[in-house]
Ligand binder design. Structure first.
Ligand SMILES: Cc1cc2nc3c(=O)[nH]c(=O)nc-3n(C[C@H](O)[C@H](O)[C@H](O)COP(=O)(O)OP(=O)(O)OC[C@H]3O[C@@H](n4cnc5c(N)ncnc54)[C@H](O)[C@@H]3O)c2cc1C
Length: 451
């Protein structure tokens, strides 16, 4: 089948803002469905789609950073990528204003708009956290953590002061959702391997066993997931030596460590903030009704009163038809399926195909705990050990829209070779502040930014 000839004369323009799970699938669906009959523009700050569930493996040195990405121009035919960040949506003029990667602004008029800007790190008003903690929402943060952790173990090995060495070998993760749980589980294996690789330091000692603490105010790890996944993850973490502290959080953070709400002071140089995410602040600035920061849409992902505007993924409050009265959770599973439905409905609004209502039953969840360990409940069947490990990795390969062979190759190499323990030092602490509306970009001096 041939595509219709390209012509800009009377083609309608669809602008999709954000190329994460939702935006990527919306663009892909539209590209396949319209085959050139409308102009599809994708506005995103990076030229890649980021497969976020693999980020903990980037931080643990299992995957090279580019493995978790999929090229947008390389995989989305008939979609025009515009590099930049939307700063403002003018609903009256039907235009998106944006800033490009080199600070130059532009505007994109649209006939249809799909908002899929996702979410950013959630902050809590805890003294010192904004200054001393780092989030885990983008590739720069994962790279920063990988290098930082490696550096701490190397500095611990050469420190003459046992107290300093112990502090540098202590890592505190706050938030035991799937992100924090995976970061702690993978991080412990990573630092154990780093310590094994260390030759004896000049003062005749290796750093002691790395100490990882995973805190959550909830009574169990993975509090939002099935209890059986929680039990498996808890067992694996404790067997590995991670100190799981439920019902506990951080009261204050400082340069030398953190004070827990129990009053205990833990000396550390590493605080990883995984307490969850909040919708991208752009959504609240548009001036349309929101639900906890998520843009309200109907079950066809249309913004009420604005037939030309659609929203999906973490940034949208989508009614969950399988649980009346609730909204769909912020997961990749929902975001990517909503992207597909949004794409179909945008096409239908232009006269191509039928509209659909979004309805999806959760298919289960997978949590990779590193090594061959995982916790999974595909279709509600709880799995642990090797079976869960195989299902988890198989699921990720199937769910990634590209780059699968490279990911599988890195997994294979990691299984047979020692992990490469070098820190490149390319991402510095100040370039990845916790409080950022653009966790996908590292800050650069004098560079554009919305902060
Ligand atoms: C570490 C981690 C692990 C996870 N693991 C899992 C998992 O195992 N399973 C699961 O179901 N979910 C998981 N999630 C959650 C899942 O990744 C999110 O629910 C999903 O990414 C939401 O998709 P989205 O398209 O709404 O947003 P995102 O995937 O976050 O995409 C948003 C896109 O919008 C872009 N953007 C943001 N602001 C602007 C702007 N102003 N202008 C232009 N573009 C913009 C961003 O750069 C990004 O490309 C994980 C999340 C994290 C952080």
């Amino acid at each position: 089948m041939h595509d219709p000839p390209e012509s800009n004369v009377s083609r309608e323009r669809i602008v999709i803002v954000g190329a994460g799970f939702a935006g990527y699938q919306a663009a892909r669906t539209l590209s396949r469905q319209l085959r050139g009959r409308a102009e599809i523009v994708l506005l995103n700050p990076t030229d890649y789609f980021l497969y976020l569930p693999l980020l903990p493996q980037v931080a643990a040195g299992i995957l090279e950073p580019r493995r978790a990405t999929v090229s947008l121009p390389g995989t989305l035919p008939r979609v025009r990528l515009v590099l930049g960040e939307a700063d403002h949506v003018d609903l009256k003029a039907a235009k998106v204003h944006y800033t490009g990667p080199e600070g130059v602004g532009g505007e994109l008029p649209y006939d249809r708009l799909v908002l899929a800007v996702g979410s950013v790190n959630k902050l809590l008003p805890v003294p010192g956290v904004a200054e001393y903690a780092h989030g885990f929402r983008g590739l720069p943060e994962a790279l920063y953590l990988r290098d930082h952790v490696t550096r701490q173990i190397e500095l611990a090995a050469t420190s003459a002061d046992p107290a300093e060495s112990a502090a540098r070998s202590t890592f505190v993760v706050v938030g035991a959702g799937y992100t924090g749980t995976e970061v702690a589980a993978q991080g412990k294996l990573f630092t154990d391997a780093l310590v094994r690789n260390q030759r004896r330091g000049p003062y005749g000692h290796r750093p002691g066993k790395p100490r990882w603490m995973l805190l959550d105010i909830a009574p169990r790890v993975l509090p939002e997931l099935d209890r059986r996944l929680s039990t498996t993850a808890d067992r694996v973490l404790r067997a590995r030596g991670v100190e799981v502290r439920t019902g506990t959080s951080v009261k204050e953070a400082g340069p030398a460590g953190v004070t827990l709400d129990t009053g205990e002071f833990v000396e550390t140089r590493t605080l990883v903030w995984c307490v969850g995410v909040r919708p991208d602040p752009l959504v609240s600035e548009i001036g349309l009704p929101v639900e906890r920061g998520r843009l309200c849409v109907d079950a066809q992902l249309n913004v009420p009163g604005h037939p030309e505007v659609f929203a999906c993924g973490d940034a949208a409050a989508v009614p969950d038809l399988t649980r009346p009265g609730e909204y769909t959770p912020m997961t990749a599973q929902h975001a990517s399926r909503q992207g597909t439905v949004a794409g179909r409905n945008v096409a239908a609004s232009l006269g191509h195909g039928e509209r659909r209502t979004y309805r999806h039953n959760d298919l289960g969840f997978v949590v990779d705990l590193g090594g061959v360990k995982a916790a999974a409940n595909p279709f509600g069947v709880p799995l642990s050990g090797l079976a869960a490990g195989a299902v988890t990795r198989g699921y990720h390969l199937a769910a990634m829209p590209g780059n699968r062979v490279r990911v599988a190759a890195d997994w294979l190499l990691d299984a047979v070779l020692p992990r490469q323990a070098v820190q490149l030092g390319l991402v510095r602490s100040w370039t990845v502040p916790l409080e950022s509306s653009s966790p996908e970009l590292a800050r650069v001096p004098g560079g554009p930014g919305k902060e």
